[in-house]
Design a protein around this ligand. Structure first.
Ligand SMILES: *Cc1c(COP(=O)(O)O)cnc(C)c1O
Length: 389
């Protein structure tokens, strides 16, 4: 399947029609308990000596279909689905690190991941060094004898900065440090970190994979060994398993992932290029712009530049006024759905950070994070133009 176009893979990845009477849509198995047929088989399945299902938290055929699909699309060997992106992120960290270990992570990324890493510091003595992730050498410079994990998020939230995945992963490999990439913003349509050398890829499937603002889910993809460690360790111990009904929704979303991403890429590219010349816009952040400081790396490692654009309208008041005057675009948090969503970053997702941390992350008061949807580009631009104060 890997030699077909991603457009074909997104429709067919993970298919196992024989197992489901030829059904084109994987059935939803709501069962939380599965009966064993005889003693030997039951014992083998329960003790993971034989494939099979026995308890909802530990595996389900609908969930397994999603895991197969994402494993294929991200070029991993195996995958594990979760109830949310944060469940995937926390289970991954709790598998790879112990008290006293050290992590290197971006100073600008999804704010709950930042807060989670800080929580590891205060609660478990796991220190994180936050670096300028657009500078691959900053990761190497931050290595300590106890460094276990390079955390990468690219394009990053909210400034869509780009980390050179191949370079950071190679530096990690040399030092015996695992690299995890949060691929939520790019999706495997635009970028496949495992092909670039990363050990694990994590997603908030709540965003582009689901794609319709109607579910919360997370996915982790990687080698068979690493995924088994997470599955039989923290995923099992802390829970956080996805519901089969939700796994089915993610699977349905993925069938149109390529179509949606193609449109998100095209719309965001056009939107960024239009906004950049507007007199009341102070700055536009988009890796597809030649003026973006990491444009060259983005061109190298991404197929398209994604649907996320940062627009700085100067002041917090201007940002508030704009979201109040939107007619088609929607003032809401989150991203990756078919609708264009607009959010003032400093006042919301990054409000929990101190002003110094916000400045360090490059988040100015007037910054809007725009998840450019799949509506007609002229309507999106006109709506933002009309709302600009
Ligand atoms: C939303 C998001 C998360 C967290 O995912 P949830 O599904 O909300 O738990 C993690 N990383 C990135 C980049 C995100 O956008």
């Amino acid at each position: 399947m890997n030699d077909h176009s991603f457009f074909t893979q997104a429709v067919h990845a993970g298919e196992d029609r024989e197992a489901h009477f030829g059904a084109l849509s994987v059935p939803i198995y709501p069962a939380s308990v599965f009966a064993f047929t005889d003693a030997d088989e039951g014992i083998a399945i329960h003790n993971y000596k034989k494939d099979g299902y026995f308890y909802g938290r530990l595996g389900n055929p609908t969930v397994a279909a999603l895991e197969r699909t994402m494993s294929e699309l991200e070029r991993g060997e195996n995958a594990l689905a979760f109830a949310s992106g944060m469940a995937a992120i926390s289970a991954t960290a709790f598998t790879l690190i112990s008290s006293g270990d050290h992590i290197v992570a971006p100073e600008s990324m999804y704010s709950t991941t930042t807060n989670f890493l800080k929580h590891l510091g205060t609660q478990f003595g796991v220190e994180t060094t936050f670096v300028d992730a657009a500078d691959a050498e900053a990761y190497t410079a931050a290595i300590r004898p106890n460094t276990k994990l390079f955390w990468i998020e690219t394009p990053s939230n909210p400034l869509v900065r780009i980390t050179d995945i191949a370079e950071v992963a190679a530096a990690g490999k040399k030092a015996g440090i695992l690299s995890v990439v949060d691929n939520t913003f790019a999706t495997p349509f635009n970028q496949r970190p495992i092909e670039l050398g990363a050990d694990l890829v994590v997603h908030s499937a709540t965003k582009y994979l689901g794609g319709h603002s109607d579910l919360t889910a997370g996915i982790l993809v990687g080698s068979r060994d690493l995924i088994d460690k997470v599955r039989h360790g923290p995923a099992k111990l802390y829970g956080g398993n996805i519901a089969p009904q939700v796994a089915w929704l993610v699977l349905r979303g993925i069938k149109t992932l390529a179509l949606r991403m193609e449109r998100h890429n095209a719309n965001a590219f056009a939107f960024a290029n239009t906004m950049i010349s507007h007199p009341r816009v102070r700055a536009v952040h988009y890796p597809g712009l030649e003026t973006h400081p990491n444009h060259e790396i983005a061109k190298r490692q991404m197929r398209g530049f994604g649907g996320m654009v940062g627009v700085d309208v100067g002041t917090a008041d201007a940002a508030k006024s704009l979201v109040n005057d939107l007619k088609i675009c929607t003032f809401a948090t989150s991203l990756g759905g078919v609708e264009t969503l607009v959010q003032p970053v400093a006042l919301m997702t990054h409000a929990t950070l101190t002003p110094e941390e916000r400045a360090g992350a490059g988040v100015s008061d007037g910054l809007l994070r725009i998840s450019v949807g799949v509506e007609h580009i002229d309507d999106i631009c006109q709506d933002i133009y009309d709302a600009l104060p």
